[in-house]
Design a protein around this ligand. Structure first.
Ligand code: FES
Ligand code: MG
Length: 585
């Protein structure tokens, strides 16, 4: 969209506060003036909110004040009036029982902050996993112009002379401690080496995945996903995003013009090419729900499967986000897809007013090891595998690029854990009747069950199996797993056990059949037996007492939708717009 589409006679939303010479205008302006703001700032300039998830308790976003400062400079340069505001900061590493519990809370905070305030558009400062979907969900429900600026990934971790990746190395080293391969001292020494700069996890975990999703949806400037947090070019991008959002106001370029069905199809294909996190399935569904785009689980099969994974990053591959940026970043991936006719919608509009293809068609590619040619993929058939069957009537997911090929088709005896505590009690027991061919099943770790659907699905293996040198087993639960984790791990089983799903009736010794190629997940019991057990289970569930009575957690358990519906609250789905509300006095 060229600058001649700019319409500066457009009525600004913020004029509903600041634009009148009456009692109300006096009130809105006067209190703002206590911050030293001169009159001319209120004279028809776009007011741009900088929605900041800065917090020292969200270490991944702890450098955001500096990013906000650069966004602010860009907004001022382009003739806007920046106003920074805080929202609930969902930090993955500290928040218990899981940051997912408060993703919807943060999205409500964002939505109401935008709608209730004199804001014409918003820059969304996102970083740690849940902050990206939470802010996009809230902004989508308002449908104002919005642009995502990500905090950027950490520099490569360094430990004992080698590169280590956020999260991924934790899972690897903790299994090595259990198997007696390294000492606890080696393990502890990796802590400081793993997180040695500002930024988000440097693997293709959920934070990097969601940053790539934002870029492939078209809601950030090109290269937003991969520039390291401490690279000066990250701050240049923040500045340019600040400039761009002002023009988006004059162009009336609201989120719904960008977050179309086409954008989501591009994102799903991109997720396959980058070997992205399974969490994207839930978050994209939730964002789509807010803007009114209908996504189905099967869209992941239809659009994603068959796409080669060409980004060689941990946890599926070798490298980290720093190398990804130096190799050309996401534009390089999108170019490769587009040249092979694998980018579903080259004409999808992006926040800079250009199409996706205009943005990436000449993107340089500097390193074929990191962003591999399609003919030499990391995984031939990437994407996320959607499973269905009598064990998951409303679906489950598996990430083939993180799985062991030999286990993708497997029949095994179930070893069942009733919940996460039961798992922890039993898993180290030398008498546990388990071998490498078994299927580990964990119940009651889903949205309502945990509550919040924690990232516990990649259960560590029993030490006695690890001691035989085995590194992977089939695992099934209604939980999620960290995007930095790996293994033949079946997640997001819906309906979850705590909502009466069949996962809740699996017993030790049952046989489970997985055929990831055919998208099947079956519990080998008769229909009559299934019916009998489900009836008995319904009685148990009816008598179950909640862990916490009252408070946000109760609201969550009552109103959260299942994983196949994006785990949003039922009452938050949809776009409610940003009409100027009634006066407050
Ligand atoms: Fe924040 Fe990984 S813990 S991005
Ligand atoms: Mg994570």
């Amino acid at each position: 969209m060229s600058s001649d589409k700019k319409d500066k006679s457009r009525t600004l939303r913020s004029a509903g506060w600041f634009g009148t010479a009456d009692k109300n205008g006096f009130m809105y302006r006067s209190w703002m003036k206590n911050q030293g703001i001169p009159d001319h700032e209120f004279q028809g300039k776009p007011v741009i909110g900088i929605c900041n998830t800065w917090s020292e308790l969200t270490p991944c976003n702890a450098h955001f004040r500096k990013i906000a400062e650069h966004v602010r400079r860009g907004i001022i340069e382009a003739g806007g009036f920046p106003v920074e505001f805080p929202v609930f900061s969902n930090g993955e590493s500290n928040l218990r029982p899981t940051a997912m519990l408060t993703r919807n809370l943060a999205s409500m905070d964002v939505e109401e902050s935008i709608r209730g305030n004199p804001i014409d558009a918003v820059v969304l400062l996102t970083g740690c996993d849940k902050t990206t979907p939470a802010l996009l969900m809230g902004a989508a429900s308002c449908d104002v112009p919005a642009i995502v600026v990500t905090g950027g990934p950490m520099l490569n971790g360094k430990h004992q002379g080698r590169d280590i990746g956020s999260g991924t190395v934790v899972w690897q080293l903790s299994e090595q401690v259990k198997a007696g391969e390294i000492t606890i001292h080696d393990f502890m020494a990796a802590e400081a080496g793993m997180s040695r700069s500002a930024g988000t996890c440097n693997t293709m975990g959920t934070a990097s995945t969601m940053a790539c999703m934002a870029e492939s949806l078209g809601v950030s400037l090109p290269h937003n996903a991969a520039i390291p947090a401490v690279d000066a070019r990250r701050y240049v991008l923040a500045h340019l995003s600040g400039m761009r959002i002002v023009d988006m106001v004059w162009e009336g370029l609201t989120l719904s013009k960008i977050l179309t069905r086409k954008a989501f199809e591009n994102a799903i294909r991109t997720n396959a090419a980058i070997g992205g996190s399974t969490n994207a399935v839930i978050h994209l569904k939730a964002i789509a729900g807010r803007i009114g785009v209908d996504l189905e689980l099967e869209d992941w099969t239809r659009i994603g499967r068959g796409t080669p994974t060409i980004v060689d990053l941990q946890p599926s591959g070798r490298y980290l986000m720093e190398e990804f940026y130096y190799a050309g970043g996401l534009p390089a991936v999108l170019r490769r897809l587009g040249e092979a006719d694998l980018l579903p919608h080259k004409d999808a509009l992006t926040v800079n007013g250009q199409t996706m293809w205009d943005n990436v068609k000449d993107a340089p590619i500097y390193n074929d090891e990191v962003v591999r040619p399609l003919a030499k993929p990391l995984i031939e058939d990437g994407g996320i595998c959607i499973l269905r069957g009598n064990l998951a009537p409303r679906g489950a997911v598996l990430k083939p690029s993180a799985a062991t090929p030999e286990l993708m088709k497997h029949r095994g005896r179930a070893v069942v854990f009733e919940d996460f505590n039961h798992y922890k009690e039993r898993i180290n027991d030398p008498d546990l009747d388990v071998d490498a061919s078994c299927v580990l099943v964990m119940k009651n770790v889903g949205p309502k069950g945990y509550p919040g659907m924690a990232e516990v699905g990649n259960m560590g293996l029993p030490p006695k199996v690890l001691a035989t040198g085995v590194k992977d087993m089939v695992r099934i639960s209604d939980a999620r797993m960290s995007g930095t984790a790996y293994g033949t791990v079946i997640l997001h089983v819906a309906p979850e056990a705590a909502a009466g799903g069949p996962l809740g009736i699996v017993q030790d010794g049952d046989f489970i059949e997985l055929d990831a190629y055919a998208g099947k997940l079956q519990l080998d019991i008769s229909e009559e037996e299934m019916k009998r057990r489900l009836e008995a289970r319904a009685k148990v569930l009816a008598e179950r007492k909640p862990e916490m009575v009252g408070g946000y957690q109760s609201l969550y358990v009552d109103r959260v939708l299942q994983a196949d519906e994006g785990c949003d609250f039922d009452f938050l789905v949809g776009c409610r717009g940003a009409a100027v509300p009634k006066h407050s006095h």
